[in-house]
Design a binder for this molecule. Structure first.
Ligand SMILES: Nc1ncnc2c1ncn2[C@@H]1O[C@H](COP(=O)(O)OP(=O)(O)OP(=O)(O)O)[C@@H](O)[C@H]1O
Length: 196
């Protein structure tokens, strides 16, 4: 169970949001919505432990989620706006790098986003949507219960959105949780909505 109690975000001198609270249990999904600049990406960074909260608490199973930073990092996958790929490595090599950190099957992860035909290409030559698919394929590697996804479907074609939908459904069916910021429809049936 992930629980946010009264989180607040300061950027520069400005309060971006305050009093943000929610609970997310096994299999749950929460959509973060709001205008440009409302603080969706900031909240995801805060939940990932990459940005300090100016107030409140973040709890995992009732205890301070950030007391043990390494444990928190190990329980989550954070996909930001940036694809975080190594341009000189092939698609397969990029996934091998993360599989060494997290475990998991590289070929299955490639297949999950239909990347097998592109596996030998360096990431730098992939199209924007193909790069996004490769970034998302990391989700199919070693299990982590909490997925934090920032605009995961930007640049994806309909087939890739459907494949992401399958990954999300499998993750939730095994007790995984998803928090996603988006301006676009996402295949997350039954997700609750948090408006910033
Ligand atoms: N390093 C920073 N210093 C000062 N202000 C910042 C910094 N980073 C972000 N901000 C501000 O914080 C606010 C929230 O930004 P954030 O990226 O979280 O919004 P968002 O809801 O994800 O927006 P979008 O829908 O455009 O992706 C914005 O007003 C932005 O200008």
């Amino acid at each position: 169970m992930l629980e946010a109690r009264g989180l607040a975000c300061l950027r520069g001198e400005r309060v971006i949001f305050a009093e943000v609270s929610f609970r997310l249990g096994a299999g749950g999904a929460l959509l973060l919505v709001g205008a440009n600049g409302a603080g969706k990406s900031s909240l995801l960074r805060l939940l990932a432990g990459l940005l300090p909260s100016a107030a409140g608490a973040l709890l995992w199973d009732g205890a301070d989620a950030l007391a043990d930073r390494a444990a928190h990092a190990a329980r989550l996958r954070y996909l930001s706006h940036q694809d975080a790929l190594k341009p000189a490595l092939t698609a397969r090599e990029n996934l091998r790098f993360f599989a060494r950190l997290w475990g998991g099957e590289v070929e299955a992860a490639l297949a999950a986003l239909d990347l097998a035909p592109l596996a030998e290409l360096p990431a730098r030559v992939l199209s924007a949507g193909q790069k996004r698919r490769l970034a998302l394929a990391r989700l199919a590697l070693g299990a982590a219960p909490l997925w934090l996804l920032d605009e995961p479907t930007v640049g994806l074609d309909a087939a890739a959105v459907a494949r992401l939908g399958t990954l999300l459904a499998q993750h939730r069916a095994t007790g995984g949780m998803v928090l996603a910021a988006t301006h676009l429809p996402l295949p997350l049936p039954g997700a609750e909505e948090l408006r910033l």
